[in-house]
Design a protein around this ligand. Structure first.
Ligand code: HAM
Length: 423
């Protein structure tokens, strides 16, 4: 026998983890809903070219690309933003703006797997199409933070920067667009030294390079204004960043200026942000987003802003922070004392389930003792026992598994009784 294991970088997620994940997903989804964002679902695979347009080299190298039987070159989606913008061009252009969308989908990246870094992972993301005014950017950032608060994750750090200002500063230094992306990628990886070396090789104004480097390190807005003036940047972007900052303050969202945010994907154009969960160590980034331009996909210059939360990392962080999920439902277990009562038991189970109460029926022909022991192993609250005497009297035996107390309850009252107990 060949023992086939799961592919590297993928996971099987068991029932306990699944319950935990679903509850966290539910909490975050409901935040998207109360902000008025509506869910969409896009295909698991797309034409590979969709991601070639502006996803950045890193993501391209990490893509799962394959040919289908018709010879088309397809890719498993490494992220959802490009898909949403394609969907917008194909079907949503005429909708009233702003279009407020969210998604919860799995993504695929051929990365070196480690804790918090997988080849299949889930993103909960938002794309706001039709505006990137300061209030739109601030709303999107606050939505990401509110999702995390709803879990609740306590220990998160929001960093906000402006990639448009970095690009403009590089242009003023005489760095061309292609080299800009290369330099931004180095900055994104935290390799500021190589980025500055690269700039030096392209431009000889040492004092300007120093000003750029100071801007990258800058952590407050008034200092940023000074650096921007020194470099000769227009104040338009900075003014917007300041409005975003003041709106975040109005909403009680704490943040930190980080001008070294360069994002790994090539489509970002303005305010960008990242959220970390420091408790996670190396793979601590749990969210990334910002203003972007995917006109090459959307077919028009429509302002857009969005983010994606790394769901799997958020679940890891929630566990590390000890977030507990309650919401365990009352569980019942029906035991027929002989095969001839299985039909009655299964019929009763249907009524109990339709009342919203979890109900098992013994499916293994166990005797009473073994069935009770199984019920207690799987954490059942109440057992319902049905034998000849009970059927003759139109009753069941209802056993409270915590106290061991048993009562006789008429058939017609059992569902009602369980509903009261489960309140
Ligand atoms: P991203 O930063 O590439 O942005 O991914 C968003 C989040 O997905 C990351 O912050 C991280 O938490 C999680 N993530 C990324 N790769 C992995 C992986 N291999 N394993 C586990 N988690 C991972 C985007 O994807 C953009 N589309 C976000 C966006 C939406 N920007 C605008 N709209």
């Amino acid at each position: 026998m060949v023992e086939i294991t799961r592919p590297r970088g993928t996971r099987d997620i068991g029932p306990e983890d699944m319950r935990y994940r679903r509850e966290i997903e539910r909490r975050m989804r409901s935040v998207c809903e109360v902000f008025g964002y509506e869910e969409v679902l896009t295909p698991t695979f797309e034409h590979a070219d969709l991601f070639r347009i502006k996803s950045g080299d890193e993501v391209l190298e990490e893509m799962y690309v394959f040919r289908d039987k018709g010879g088309r070159e397809l890719a498993l989606r490494p992220e959802i933003t490009a898909s949403v913008m394609r969907y917008y061009r194909e079907e949503m252009k005429r909708r009233a703006k702003p279009i407020k969308l969210y998604y919860f989908e799995n993504c695929f990246r051929y990365e070196r797997p480690q804790s918090g870094r997988y080849r299949e992972f889930w993103q909960l993301g938002v794309e706001l199409i039709g505006t990137s005014r300061a209030e739109a950017v601030a709303e999107v950032i606050s939505l990401a933070m509110e999702c995390l608060r709803s879990i609740p994750l306590q220990n998160v750090l929001l960093r906000v920067g402006h990639i448009g200002m970095l690009r403009n500063a590089l242009s003023l230094l005489g760095v061309g667009e292609k080299e800009q992306s290369e330099i931004l990628r180095m900055i994104d990886k935290g390799d500021i030294e190589s980025a500055l070396d690269k700039i030096s090789s392209l431009c000889c104004a040492t004092n300007k390079i120093k000003q750029f480097s100071e801007m990258l390190e800058c952590d407050d807005l008034s200092a940023l204004r000074m650096h921007a003036e020194n470099i000769g940047l227009s104040m338009q972007e900075l003014n917007k960043l300041e409005v975003v900052a003041s709106l975040l303050k109005s909403m009680g969202v704490d943040w930190k200026l980080d001008m070294s945010i360069a994002r790994g994907l090539d489509y970002y154009s303005g305010v960008v942000f990242e959220i970390d969960s420091p408790i996670l160590g190396a793979e601590k980034q749990i969210c990334g987003g910002g203003e972007y331009n995917l006109a090459a996909i959307s077919g028009e210059d429509v302002p857009t802003v969005g983010f994606a939360l790394g769901f799997d990392r958020i679940v890891l962080a929630a566990k590390k922070e000890g977030v507990s999920i309650d919401g365990r439902k009352t569980t019942t277990y029906i035991i027929p004392l002989s095969d001839e009562y299985i039909g009655i038991c299964m019929g009763m189970a249907m009524n109990i389930r339709r009342a919203g109460i979890v109900c098992h029926v013994d499916l293994m022909g166990r005797g009473l003792r073994k069935a009770l022991s199984h019920a207690s192993t799987i954490g059942v609250d109440y057992c319902i026992i049905i034998g000849k005497r009970e059927v003759d009297r139109g009753e069941v035996v209802l056993r409270d598994m915590r106290s061991g107390v048993q009562k006789n309850v008429p058939f017609s009252e059992i569902t009602q009784r369980l509903m009261i107990q489960s309140e």
